[in-house]
Design a protein around this ligand. Structure first.
Ligand SMILES: Cc1cc2nc3c(=O)[nH]c(=O)nc-3n(C[C@H](O)[C@H](O)[C@H](O)COP(=O)(O)OP(=O)(O)OC[C@H]3O[C@@H](n4cnc5c(N)ncnc54)[C@H](O)[C@@H]3O)c2cc1C
Length: 453
């Protein structure tokens, strides 16, 4: 059943009396994949999805940000969430990205083993096709780490997986706070004393909004038993991205193997990052670059003609745009706060983040150019680059075995609460450098597996 909250009045108030097995707040990839996973295991589950947005118009909400700016269109409030506007590019976390690689530590910061994450990737790939099976760990003989990325030209909108015979979905309904007593969980709307009840609740509101909902509930003196309130919103991360510039003397035959290409309905490329042992030695991260061919119209036209002399001329005219995508070191000073219903984000690159970019940039120039000394179009000094938000909002509700430095335990349950769980990139303890959605869905599959037992 599909219900518009704007039209809920005296006649259809019965929905408030119903006790669901699960309330899912948010209908983006996290919410939809959790519901699909749980219903495939427990067919008779009574599920309610609550969604702030509607079907026709996408809402965008401003975030006030200091240092790195969060774009207005970095999250969509609508049925299907940000999958209605995303690019659908995927790749996998590397095992070392789950670890702390700073101060010579080597601890896994994620409360799950790499093997389990890979097993979940395989499961969600079958259901939602994140291209995991196609992502190949090819060995290239170059002094860099190389990882493949695949996306589709027509991105997948998670709205299409919703079957209204299986669940109830109420839209135009913002949840302002949540709570639980010994038996039930409750999701409160902005209307006086109206709430929905369920045995268990899953917060799937996206990276920033999941934090806001928890913070709002604490401010309203609900979820009183939540542990480590002081770190809610802290350790926030993103994958800042920017154009490093153009390689004017590229080693075309080499770069060709890694550049962004379009094939049938897919795009694919390889991300190039610093060697693992190099990262370890200098306390650097796994930020990567992508090469995008950039040539004028005439060169593009001539490249279609198969004449050897022409080919040589064209080769000298091709340049490559170099784009950087950063991993961020988790930092307690990067945070999301809520003041008078406004969201504020403070997000700044750490020294390690900046050093990584500088190292990576100069290594790329040295290896991928014929003429490194004459590459004037690469802005190695990051102060001169316009760094953007990648719309990948992570951290703020840390997921860890460390019961002092986290809000969410290894089963994604909020610490101190009995029946409220979070499934969102807000739980990521490290950001890694790949697009987050396949990992979010892997967590939802793991959660469904846990709850169905
Ligand atoms: C332009 C763009 C490009 C992107 N490209 C990629 C990409 O190539 N690959 C990739 O992996 N990721 C990409 N992303 C990120 C990707 O969209 C997110 O990782 C993914 O959508 C997160 O899923 P989610 O369900 O956790 O959150 P969302 O998709 O944000 O869904 C959350 C839902 O919760 C609802 N909600 C929030 N608060 C409340 C509340 N209080 N009450 C009720 N409902 C609420 C929202 O309306 C929304 O529908 C991109 C994002 C953008 C914006």
């Amino acid at each position: 059943m599909k219900i518009n909250y704007d039209q809920v009045n005296g006649k259809n108030l019965k929905i408030f009396e119903k006790v669901y097995d699960y309330i899912i707040i948010g209908s983006g990839p996290a919410g939809v994949s959790f519901y699909k996973n749980i219903i495939s295991k427990k067919k008779k589950s009574k599920i309610l999805i609550i969604e702030d947005g509607d079907y026709h118009k996408k809402k965008y909400k401003k975030v006030f940000s200091k240092h790195l700016k969060i774009k207005l269109k970095s999250r969509a409030f609508t049925v299907g969430g940000s999958s209605t506007i995303w690019s659908n590019i995927s790749s996998y976390f590397e095992e070392f990205e789950m670890k702390s690689r700073w101060n010579n530590e080597k601890k896994n910061l994620w409360p799950l083993k790499y093997k389990s994450l890979i097993a979940e990737y395989k499961k969600v790939d079958k259901k939602f096709n994140f291209f995991f099976d196609e992502l190949k760990k090819k060995k290239f003989k170059i002094p860099f780490e190389v990882r493949q990325f695949i996306g589709s030209i027509y991105p997948l909108n998670f709205r299409k997986f919703i079957d209204y015979k299986e669940i109830d979905l109420i839209y135009n309904c913002k949840i302002c706070s949540i709570d639980e007593n010994s038996k039930l969980t409750r999701a409160y709307t902005d209307r006086d004393k109206q709430y929905f009840s369920a045995k268990k609740m899953i917060v799937c509101c996206g990276g920033i909004e999941s934090i806001n909902l928890i913070k709002n509930s604490i401010n309203q003196k609900k979820i009183k038993n939540i542990q480590n309130k002081n770190i809610v919103g802290k350790f926030f991360m993103d994958h800042p991205k920017f154009n490093l510039g153009y390689l004017q003397y590229p080693r075309v035959d080499l770069i060709k193997k890694f550049e962004l290409t379009k094939k049938k309905n897919n795009i694919q490329y390889y991300g190039i990052s610093l060697r693992k042992n190099f990262q370890k030695k200098f306390n650097l991260l796994n930020s990567y670059v992508r090469f995008e061919k950039s040539s004028g119209k005439i060169v593009k036209l001539l490249s279609k003609i198969n004449v050897p002399i022409l080919k040589n001329i064209i080769k000298n005219k091709i340049s490559y745009k170099v784009r950087v995508f950063c991993e961020m070191k988790p930092n307690i000073n990067n945070l999301v706060t809520l003041k008078k219903k406004k969201t504020y984000v403070k997000l700044r690159l750490s020294k390690n983040d900046k050093r990584t970019i500088n190292f990576l940039s100069s290594e790329i120039k040295k290896y991928f150019s014929h003429n490194p000394k004459f590459e004037k179009n690469l802005k190695i000094n990051i102060a001169r680059n316009k760094i953007e938000d990648a719309s990948h909002h992570m951290g703020g509700l840390r997921y860890s075995n460390n019961n002092k430095l986290s809000n969410v335990d290894r089963n994604l349950k909020i610490r101190g609460l009995k029946n409220i769980y979070v499934c969102s990139s807000a739980v990521f303890p490290t950001s890694g450098s790949v697009n987050p959605t396949m990992t979010i869905c892997a967590l939802s599959s793991r959660l469904a597996n846990f709850l169905s037992k």
